[in-house]
Design a protein around this ligand. Structure first.
Ligand code: RB5
Length: 143
């Protein structure tokens, strides 16, 4: 599974650690920036990841900014992207099982790094639920 990852300056530290963690787990990871903790504009990096998912360069994504909202709002402008915000592991499970989030977004300024790893592990191991959840997810795209 190929995973893309992106953040702004607020998520840079956690992103750097999560890239290492994911590579140790055997994932092929592409880092779409930012590449330092210097102040930057989250849409630039969200759109880099969103474009990569649209072009199927990666299968799924992880994104972080201070609240997670800037990343989620920007990513969800992309066709085929379902970016869901999670701030604890149960939401990390539900955002995959119920919302079929193919991008996990986390609020780096409001969770510990340990919590970020718990959420990530939960999201990675959770399967997408079918049935009514499939139906609801299929109704999301605007025709
Ligand atoms: C940066 O200060 C902050 O606004 C950004 O990380 C994010 O929270 C935006 O949604």
């Amino acid at each position: 599974m190929k995973i893309g990852i992106a953040s702004d300056h607020a998520g840079f530290e956690y992103k750097s650690k999560l890239v290492d963690l994911l590579r140790k787990k055997g994932f092929e990871v592409t880092d779409y920036g930012t590449f330092s903790d210097a102040s930057c504009d989250y849409p630039e990096f969200a759109h880099a990841l969103g474009n990569a998912i649209e072009k199927k360069e990666v299968d799924a994504g992880i994104a972080m900014c201070g609240t997670g909202n800037g990343m989620a709002i920007s990513l969800n402008k992309h066709q085929g992207v379902r970016a869901g915000l999670a701030w604890n592991s149960e939401i990390g499970r539900l955002v995959k099982a119920h919302n079929h989030a193919n991008v996990l977004v986390m609020p780096a300024r409001f969770i510990s790094y340990q919590m970020a790893t718990r959420i990530l592990n939960m999201w990675l191991k959770t399967a997408e639920d079918g049935g009514r959840h499939d139906r609801r997810v299929s109704m999301i795209p605007v025709k």
